[in-house]
Design a protein around this ligand. Structure first.
Ligand code: AMP
Length: 186
């Protein structure tokens, strides 16, 4: 977890690869559907372009299907999910059903100035439609209102691992593995 621009996607890919588990990124799945112009993509796009959250029912159903796939049987890393309290509850139900458990919730902390500059840089490199200034602001607001409170929910369960997300990608990756106290596979 962490605000937009904290480096979740970047770290999720590296960590998942080293742990030999899939990174399940709801943002990436939505973007792939938008590109392929699927029905899901057309629905999600309206919300994404405005920086709003895609409705819980749509997002939950998508995650439910994804984590039921064979490659997730041994475990998975979620990136960008859950983002709302309703998603936390749904996820609890889903993993109870699949027999998984949440080992840890990694929270990346970054300062606001760094986030804005990262997002503006990403806008140039990736050309994401939701990296304009207004939409960035909207996404940050939504994060504070709806997603940040989830950290406390997971803190109460004792599974939150806070990691300083500032600095080089590899530095942050090393901090995450240290904090998780697991050995990367390579
Ligand atoms: P991300 O790549 O994680 O920043 O996600 C990009 C956009 O996809 C978000 O701004 C939302 O519009 C949508 N999205 C991704 N994950 C979720 C989620 N868990 N719940 C609702 N909307 C989501």
């Amino acid at each position: 977890m962490g605000p937009p621009g904290a480096g979740k996607g970047t770290q999720a890919k590296v960590i998942a690869e080293r742990l030999s588990i899939p990174a399940v990124s709801t943002g990436d799945i939505f973007r792939a559907n938008v590109s392929a112009e699927t029905e899901l993509g057309l629905e999600a796009k309206r919300y994404m372009d405005a920086g709003d959250y895609v409705p819980d029912e749509v997002t939950n159903a998508m995650v439910r299907d994804r984590i039921a796939e064979d490659d997730a049987a041994q475990g998975f890393l979620l990136d960008g999910y859950p983002r709302t309290l309703a998603q936390v509850e749904e996820l609890d139900g889903m993993i109870k059903f699949t027999g998984h458990r949440l080992d840890a919730v990694v929270c990346l902390t970054v300062d606001q100035d760094e986030i804005v500059s990262r997002l503006l840089q990403r806008a140039q490199v990736e050309g994401r439609a939701d990296d304009t200034e207004d939409v960035i602001r909207r996404r940050q607001e939504l994060y504070v209102e709806q997603t940040e409170p989830l950290i406390e929910v997971y803190q109460q369960r004792g599974i939150v691992v806070e990691v300083d997300g500032m600095g080089e990608v590899t530095e942050v990756t090393n901090r995450i593995f240290e904090a998780l106290d697991v050995l990367p596979e390579s």
